[in-house]
Structures are given as structure tokens and as C-alpha cells.
Design a protein around this ligand. Structure first.
Ligand code: ADP
Length: 264
């Protein structure tokens, strides 16, 4: 469209007067839209060929071609990774395009239990997994999106925490709102990386993160999902001690838990 968009900034002076600076950001916004459309289109176009490659690779039994077995396994792994990157990019495009906040009831006890099970399945007994339910409110939003955001945090905690570590999933509510926190005893993240951690493809240590099997888009998805819920992500971390990823929700996003009678 050809509407003009302005960014306004007020600079106050000590004497009470102030300066108003207006900047035309229409062109910037149009470029941003072009970038978004481009990423969405490329991801969409890559989906079909990848499905075909993936499908055919799955049809070949590596055992039937012993000399190519390592190559075939590598090809499968890489095609699976590419598919995951494309799916994550499409998720991000959808979240960016979404305008309104969903307002269904997100039943927290069920969601937390399912996250605990996911963590246990990923960890396969290599970590101590603890669920601390300190609040009994539900959230208002999209169950699917919040589930995928929280899952990302849980899977990071499991992937980056060495065997024998401890992972805590904590849900707490009070008059100020609610917090879902994922705490791990992993390697921690040096503070200079924290501000950029939710950028697409940003990684602290490229090789270690790639090996861990992620796409580098997880935290970016978390940030977008939380933004849609007017919530934010706080990250606290200490090298050698561990990390805390805290999803902070305002009181307007909380719903009193349903009683058993209401559920029946
Ligand atoms: P990835 O798919 O690489 O895990 P994410 O967006 O989920 O991508 O995370 C970005 C980077 O943040 C990771 O590559 C890793 O370096 C760092 N990171 C995320 N979670 C943790 C964690 N729990 N402990 C240590 N580092 C983490």
C-alpha cells in the first residue's frame, strides 16, 4: 500500500520544552515486508522437493548397500535437518504474519505434564527431571504455539546439559502474573551473547550447537510466540553453573483453573 508510516520520537529538554523528531519509515517497512514474503516463499518452495528427497532416502535400506551405508546415514540426517529448518522458518513466517492473540484456554497442568514427559523421553534417564507446579492458574492463548515454545526450551535444556545434570520445569503465578521457567545445570552462556540469543540462526558456539541437532531458530520462535501473548523471555545464565529461561506473562493472560465440577 502507499500509506506513509512515521516513527515519532520526543526528546525532552530540561527547560520543559521538547523536540519532536519524525522519521519516514515507510520504505523500511516495505523492505521488511519483502524480506518476510521472500523467506516465506523460499521455505514453501523448498518443502516439496525436500519431501521427495526425504521420502526416497527413507526407501533405501542402508544395510543393502554396505559400502554406502555411512553416506546414506549422513544424507538422511542432513535431509532431516533441512526439513526441520524449513519447517521452523515457515513457523516463524506464520507467527510474524499473525496479528491477533489467540484466546483459548491453555490447560497448564496438562501442558506441564506433557513437557515433563517430553523432557524424560529426550533425556532417556541421563538427567534428573523435576516438575515444580507452584501455581494453579491456566493461561489464555494458543496451546499449540505455547507448547512448541516451551518444548524448544525444554529440548535445549536437555541437549545442552551434560549427563547427570538436573532440569527443572517451574510454573508459578501471583498477582503480578505468571512465569514458566526452565532451569538447567548445563554449560551456561557467556553474558555477551545473551542479547543476541533470540536472533535467527544465532549460536554461541557454532560447532557444538550444530552437533546438538538444533536449527538455530528455536529461541527465535520462542520470542515470537511470547510476543504474540504479550509476554517476554528473560534469560539468566552463569558459565559453569547453568541457565534459566523465564517466560513472563502478565496477569491479563491468566485464567483461574477450572474446578473438577466445571471440567465434568
Ligand atoms: P539451536 O537449535 O542451535 O539450539 P536455539 O535458537 O534454540 O538454537 O538456541 C540458540 C543458541 O543458544 C544455541 O545454539 C546455544 O548456543 C544457546 N543455548 C540455547 N539454550 C541453551 C542452554 N539451555 N544452555 C546453553 N546454551 C544454550
Amino acid at each position: 500500500d502507499d500509506r506513509i508510516r512515521l516513527s515519532l520520537r520526543r526528546i525532552p529538554y530540561a527547560d520543559g520544552r521538547s523536540l519532536l523528531v519524525a522519521r519516514d519509515i515507510s520504505q523500511l517497512q516495505r523492505l521488511e515486508q519483502v524480506r518476510r514474503d521472500f523467506v516465506a516463499n523460499v521455505s514453501h518452495e523448498l518443502r516439496t522437493p525436500l519431501t521427495v528427497v526425504h521420502g526416497y532416502l527413507d526407501m533405501i535400506e542402508p544395510e543393502s548397500l554396505p559400502e554406502y551405508e555411512p553416506i546414506l546415514r549422513e544424507l538422511r540426517m542432513q535431509s532431516r535437518r533441512m526439513t526441520q529448518i524449513v519447517e521452523d522458518l515457515l513457523t516463524l513466517s506464520r507467527l510474524e504474519a499473525q496479528q491477533s492473540t489467540p484466546d483459548e484456554r491453555v490447560v497448564m497442568p496438562a501442558l506441564l505434564e506433557s513437557l515433563r514427559r517430553e523432557a524424560a523421553a529426550l533425556s532417556q534417564g541421563r538427567h534428573e527431571i523435576v516438575l515444580e507446579r507452584l501455581g494453579d492458574m491456566d493461561l489464555q492463548g494458543s496451546t499449540k504455539d505455547l507448547h512448541s515454545a516451551f518444548s524448544n526450551l525444554v529440548s535445549n535444556a536437555v541437549r545442552y546439559t551434560p549427563d547427570g545434570g538436573r532440569i527443572v520445569l517451574r510454573w508459578e503465578c501471583d498477582a503480578d502474573g505468571a512465569r514458566l521457567t526452565v532451569i538447567d545445570t548445563g554449560p551456561g552462556i557467556p553474558s555477551q551473547h545473551l542479547p543476541r540469543l533470540t536472533e535467527r540462526f544465532y549460536r554461541v558456539s557454532t560447532s557444538r550447537s550444530r552437533e546438538s541437532g538444533g536449527t538455530g531458530l528455536g529461541l527465535s520462535i520462542v520470542k515470537h510466540v511470547l510476543q504474540l501473548h504479550q509476554a517476554r523471555l528473560d534469560i539468566r545464565s552463569e558459565v559453569g553453573v547453568g541457565s534459566r529461561f523465564i517466560c513472563v506473562f502478565g496477569p491479563e493472560r491468566l485464567l483461574p483453573a477450572r474446578t473438577l465440577a466445571e471440567e465434568a
